[in-house]
Ligand binder design. Structure first.
Ligand SMILES: Nc1ncnc2c1ncn2[C@@H]1O[C@H](COP(=O)(O)OS(=O)(=O)O)[C@@H](OP(=O)(O)O)[C@H]1O
Length: 274
């Protein structure tokens, strides 16, 4: 995609190109649509993105490598461009907010959220696929999610869906208006309006157009279009979810009602979640 863009954008002197620390970070949520958001922001000529998840602020073994290592993971950019990286693991990592603050207290944060019950099922599905690919077995979701007939509060994927607990750590350091919340379901339904909001948040000139998106009926999702070339996200995005009985799903929704309410009051808006 980057190669495609470099063909279509005007030539620039190479001398100003250098690796810069990110001006904006997509911090989560895992399975919220972080890859789609990054790829869509990358349509903007003033944005350069780190292709791979960097996992600098959440993994001690990377953090110990130091800030120059982190910078070296960033793409080349021109002065004035915004470098963006995404690592969904930052949102739930206890030390990530203070480490990011220490790097740059003015960095802009993007948080893409999704119905936390759906997110949990997607999270389980991802782990399931990874384990199957390694020839390993995995417990059914219901066994992990329920303990007897109650929700198991120790299940990690459930904990990752308690958005208010994680957001509280970020809001202890960063002002609310430095964290832009993207509606992941809205991004799936109609990406353009969400991208315009993100563009404004990043104070970028308006360059992303409705014509940059088209609905791909085979994929079942919007794909990206630029200069006649198209790109859809890979098959790990939007795959069928592992089954969960409607009874267990209802219990999960009931369990998440209060955490969701707390999250809504923290961000000052509501979402149409189960
Ligand atoms: N345009 C487009 N194409 C494909 N997929 C899209 C798109 N927009 C959002 N999504 C949703 O992104 C979900 C994966 O989220 P992440 O990229 O954050 O996953 S990850 O945490 O990086 O693994 C993925 O979740 P699942 O459907 O559960 O697989 C998608 O629903």
């Amino acid at each position: 995609w980057r190669e495609l863009r470099s063909v279509t954008s005007s030539p620039r002197p190479l001398s100003n190109l250098t690796q810069r620390l990110p001006g904006a970070i997509i911090i989560g949520v895992r399975k919220g649509g972080t890859r789609a958001l990054l790829e869509m922001l990358n349509l903007h000529p003033e944005v350069e993105v780190a292709r791979a998840e960097v996992h600098y602020f959440n993994l001690d073994e990377n953090y110990r490598r130091g800030i120059d290592w982190y910078r070296a993971q960033m793409p080349l950019s021109r002065p004035g461009q915004v470098t963006v990286e995404k690592t969904p693991g930052y949102f739930t990592a206890p030390l990530a907010p203070s480490r990011i603050w220490e790097m740059n207290p003015a960095v802009r944060l993007l948080l893409i959220v999704r119905d936390p019950a759906e997110r949990l099922v997607s999270d389980y599905t991802q782990v399931l696929y990874n384990r199957l690919a390694q020839g390993k077995s995995y417990q059914p979701l219901e066994e992990l999610l329920l303990s007897g007939d109650r929700i198991n509060p120790n299940y990690k994927a459930l904990q990752r869906s308690l958005y208010h607990q994680h957001l509280a750590r970020w809001l202890a350091l960063f002002p609310r208006d430095q964290i832009h919340v993207v509606d992941g379901e809205a991004l799936i339904r109609d990406p353009f309006p969400e991208l315009k909001k993100a563009e404004r948040f990043l104070e970028l000139p308006p360059r992303i157009e409705p014509s940059n998106f088209y609905f791909n009926a085979t994929k079942g999702f919007y794909c990206l279009l630029s200069a006649g070339h198209d790109k859809c996200l890979d098959e790990s995005k939007g795959r069928p979810h592992a089954p969960l009985s409607s009874g267990a799903f209802r219990k999960l929704c009931r369990y998440l009602r209060e955490p969701n309410r707390l999250f809504f009051s923290m961000v000052g808006r509501t979402f149409d979640w189960c």
